[in-house]
Design a protein around this ligand. Sequence first.
Ligand code: PSU
Ligand code: MN
Length: 309
Amino acid sequence: MTSSTMPHLAIHDEVATALAEGRAVVALETTIVVHGLPAPHNLEVAAECEVVVRAAGAVPATIGVVQGVLTVGMGPSVLEELADPGRHSAKLSARDLGFAVATRCDGATTVAGTIAVAHYAGIAVMATGGLGGVHRGAQITYDESADLTALSRTPVLVVASGVKSILDIGATIERLDSLGVPVAGYRTSQFPGFYRRDSGFDLDWRVESPEVAAAAFAAHRNWSPTGFLIANPVDEDRQLDATVHDEALAAALAHAAASGVTGKDVTPIVLAEFARATAGASVRVNRDLVVSNASVAAQIAVVLARLSS
Ligand code: PSU
Ligand code: MN
C-alpha cells in the first residue's frame, strides 16, 4: 500500500510510517538498477541494499518514477518491472521529473533525481555507488553531472564511493568546493576512486563514525541549503586490482570516445565497457561498494533520526 497527500507522490506505507514517527529512512536510487548494472546483478544488489539498511535499523526507500508517479519505496516486483528492458524506462535527473509526471512515463532516478524526490518526501539520507561528476574534456563539452548542482541546493546527505574513475576527479573535487558541498572521507583521508580505494586526491576532512557524520550534517543544515557527501571507499580486499583497473579505464575511455555517445548515455556505456574489459570483475566491485554505502548510510540515518528527535 502507498499513500501521500502531496502532488505526484506515492510513499510506501512502511516508509510513510517511519517518517511520521521520525525513524531513520534511507533513499536508494534506481539508475544503478536500470542503467548501471547488468541483470541479474542489478536486482540482486537492490535487494541486498534493502537487507543491509534494515539490518542497521533503518527503512529502505527505493525511489523511481512509475507511470508518472514519484514513487518512494517500491517492492521487488515494481522494481523488476521498472528494470525490464521492454519498459524502456528513462534515466531521470532532477530537471526531468516534471516532464516525467506530465507524460506519465516510467523512469529510473539518478542521484540528482533521487535526492530531489527524497527531499520532497522528507528523507535526508541516500546511498549510491558513485556520484556523477565532471567528465574528462568538460572544458570543451561542458559535460558535468547535474548530481553536483543538485547536491548544492538539496539538503540530503549522500554516501558514495567517490566518483567513477572515468571522470576528471580533480575537477569534480574543485566543483564540489565551489558549490559549497561538504565532503568527508569515511575512515579515510583520500577521496575514493570508485573501483579503487584511493583516487590519489587528498580530502580536508575525515569522519571515523556515523555519529560524527550525522552530527556534522545536522549542524551544517542549520545554516546551509546544500547536501553533504560522505565518501566511503570500497573495502581494501574487494577493490579492483590496480593494473586491471588502469587497463580497463583506458579501454573504457577509448570505447566511449569512439562510440560518439554524449550526455546521459556516456556513464552507462562506460560502465558496460568496464565490465567487459575486466571480465565482470568491475561488476563485483560495484556491487560490493553499493551495498557497503547503503549500510553506512543507514547507520548515519539512525543517528540523524536520534539527533532530530
Ligand atoms: N553508481 C553506480 N552506478 C551508476 C550510478 C551510480 O554504481 O550507474 C549512476 C547514478 O544514478 C548517478 C549517475 O547519478 O550514475 C551519473 O550519471 P551522469 O554521469 O549521466 O550524470
Ligand atoms: Mn553528463
